[in-house]
Write a protein that binds this ligand. Structure first.
Ligand SMILES: *[C@@H]1O[C@H](CO)[C@@H](O)[C@H](O)[C@H]1NC(C)=O
Length: 143
């Protein structure tokens, strides 16, 4: 293949925006979507961060969603963690919403619902939010 053809193919791949070149490697980018599925009419307040990015505080109305797009790192250590609260939550509930080692092979469009019991991951194979986790109320993160 000529260099122009290769470049054109690469450009096309990147325009589809699910791939990126990091340190000379082509890697798959990722989206995380969080949907408020708290029971009754609660607002979900969330604040997500990684080591490098603070995504700010978001308030999702019932059934409201919010997404972000990012490039997981070359070393496989990308981590986004979120603090969640709602009017009856009694403080903050934490969850590691994107753990590259856990998630990169199972989703690039990673979708979650958040309920009072914890977040559930959307399994595209089974077609449901069937993989649920408890919150990890990790006090170390507060420091
Ligand atoms: C997703 O669903 C498929 C089909 O039911 C199942 O085989 C797979 O183990 C599920 N993945 C996870 C992470 O639970």
């Amino acid at each position: 293949m000529s260099l122009t053809t290769t470049t054109a193919i690469l450009m096309t791949i990147m325009l589809c925006s699910s791939w990126a070149v990091v340190e000379g490697q082509i890697i798959r980018t990722a989206d995380v979507t969080v949907t408020n599925l708290l029971y009754r009419h609660h607002y979900l307040t969330m604040h997500c961060k990684s080591k490098d990015d603070d995504l700010g505080v978001r308030v999702l109305p019932k059934r409201g969603s919010w997404s972000w797009h990012f490039v997981p790192n070359f070393w496989g250590t990308t981590l986004f963690f979120c603090a969640f609260k709602w009017d009856t939550s009694n403080g903050l509930h934490w969850f590691d919403i994107y753990v590259q080692k856990r998630d990169q092979d199972r989703c690039s469009d990673c979708r979650w619902i958040v309920t009072q019991r914890g977040p559930c991951w959307y399994n595209a194979t089974s077609g449901g939010y069937t993989v649920c986790y408890p919150f990890n109320n990790n006090l170390a993160r507060l420091g």
